[in-house]
Design a protein around this ligand. Structure first.
Ligand code: BT5
Length: 234
């Protein structure tokens, strides 16, 4: 079952509250009053312009594959956009960009609940440009700037959930990040693209086995496990 709410603080919280209910697959909302990004940042979630969806990774998904979550989500969103004729670039770990602007963001959160590991994959995908435009600090882009007709959020959610189910099943069967790692790299900037992590510049050298980002710097390979990187050229 997919729960659709008119409004909530964050669909990630609503999904986490229901994480022990095996009948719930995802929670979506028309608007979020406290949509979250990573590292204490916020996700702009005005009514009727975005898809705000939190997918519940049931406990059957092993915690040791946890680093696959953002990769699976990014690939599922990229594939969903591709069915609509839009080809985004994935930016490690969790952004989907078009023309250098952010089309979607992903926030994976995990918690122990009822003695089981639960994870929620929160996805914000911009469908329509906000009527008042993008806030100055939000370099966003929406599907309506890229394609003539944007389907109803429920239709987009259906495709996205089908792609998420696919990647969860494949990763669980393989018990490995390899399939999703390979798929992720097909949506990534070309190997060798310059990226920056804090003050260090390096060339994109693919993903490590656990999904970490590898950058080839003057000092050798830098493996980035958390935080942000910027793409310096596309
Ligand atoms: C993310 O964080 O990109 C994760 C966003 C996850 C949002 C979903 S919506 C459903 C679920 N429920 C939640 O509460 N969250 C998830 P981060 O990488 O930290 O990026 C945040 C930054 O993106 C902000 O500081 C802004 O610069 C920018 N931003 C905020 N809202 C945006 C939007 N709607 N479109 C594009 N960029 C945005």
């Amino acid at each position: 079952m997919v729960i659709w709410l008119d409004s909530c603080a964050s669909t990630n919280d609503e999904a986490m509250r229901r994480a022990t209910d095996r009948s719930v697959r995802a929670v979506c909302a028309t608007t979020q009053t406290a949509g979250r990004g990573r590292l204490g940042r916020s996700w702009s979630s005005p009514p009727d312009v975005g898809l705000y969806l939190s997918y519940i990774a049931h406990p059957r998904f092993s915690a040791k594959l946890g680093t696959a979550l953002p990769l699976m989500a990014a690939v599922a969103v990229a594939e969903t956009c591709a069915t609509l004729g839009v080809r985004p670039t994935v930016k490690w770990p969790n952004d989907l960009l078009v023309n250098g602007r952010k089309l979607a963001g992903i926030l994976c959160e995990a918690r122990i609940n009822a003695q089981k590991w639960h994870a929620v994959v929160g996805i914000g995908l911009n469908l329509h440009t906000p009527p008042e435009g993008w806030p100055a600090d939000v370099p966003g882009i929406a599907l309506d700037a890229l394609i003539p007709t944007v389907p109803d959020p429920k239709i987009v959610a259906e495709t996205l959930l089908e792609r998420l189910d696919h990647w969860f099943a494949l990763t669980t069967t393989a018990q490995s990040l390899d399939p999703v790692r390979q798929a992720w790299q097909t949506w990534a900037p070309p190997l060798g693209t310059w990226m920056r992590r804090d003050t260090t510049r390096g060339r994109f050298a693919g993903l490590a086995e656990d999904g970490a980002l590898r950058l080839e710097t003057d000092q050798g390979i830098l493996v980035v496990h958390a935080g942000d990187v910027s793409i310096l050229e596309e």
